[in-house]
Design a protein around this ligand. Structure first.
Ligand SMILES: [Zn+2]
Length: 220
């Protein structure tokens, strides 16, 4: 499977679906990240946020693409849709993760709207939550068993945000995983809202069974 995860700023993707992406990588799936801006208006540290995002992508074993939009001014129209469609081509994505549209941050909203337009022909699009989500009610849950600590490791690569942005709180991320797990009747989980989701229960174990319908008895 090829997975594309889209976020407005460095760290959005890891916050929203970091555990799921680690799970994909462990399953042998190819993961590509598309980050729309470099987060240049947010808190900074000694290492640039570009470097932090590159470190997180390397730790995950993911390819990294940049949208090159201005932080705070991500458009939701043609320009953003074009960038996301190009990322879909490059990644060959079967499944996309992106922001949910109800969010108090304008870049998150715009990225969500542009993603849903660009992914209009894709069978599976899952929307993740962020610290600025509004009224997020997940109905699809990813079992994050054993994946919370690797998710926190991805977030630790974003040193500037962990130290200086109050909205990136590793303790809260861990608690959120536990609460989403409680909702999903498991220990830890990440929650998603599906725009569309094609469910295939056991693609790797599918076997061909010969069924001879000519021998079936048809009632008169
Ligand atoms: Zn963000």
């Amino acid at each position: 499977m090829n997975v594309l995860a889209i976020g407005a700023h460095p760290d959005d993707i890891e916050l929203g679906c970091g555990a799921a992406l680690v799970g994909h990588r462990r399953g042998g799936h190819r993961v590509t990240l598309l980050v729309m801006t470099t987060g240049e208006r947010g808190p900074q540290d000694a290492r640039s946020r570009v470097q932090e995002q590159e470190d997180a992508a390397a730790l995950l074993g993911a390819d990294l693409l940049w949208g090159r939009f201005v932080d705070g001014e991500v458009p939701d129209g043609r320009a953003a849709v074009d960038v996301i469609e190009a990322a879909l081509d490059v990644s060959g994505a079967d499944l996309v993760y992106t922001h949910a549209p109800s969010d108090s941050h304008q870049d998150h909203r715009a990225t969500s709207v542009a993603s849903l337009a660009a992914c209009r022909r894709l069978p599976s699009v899952l929307m993740y939550e962020s610290p600025t989500s509004v009224g997020f009610t997940p109905s699809v849950f990813f079992d994050a068993k054993g994946l919370v600590e690797p998710k926190l490791d991805l977030l630790r690569a974003h040193v500037s945000q962990v130290l200086k942005n109050g909205l990136v709180d590793l303790e809260a991320v861990e608690s959120q995983a536990r609460y989403r797990g409680f909702q999903a009747r498991m220990r830890h989980a990440e929650g998603f809202v599906a725009d569309r989701f094609r469910w295939d229960p056991a693609p790797a174990r599918r076997i061909d069974v010969d069924v001879d319908l000519s021998r079936a008895e048809v009632p008169a």
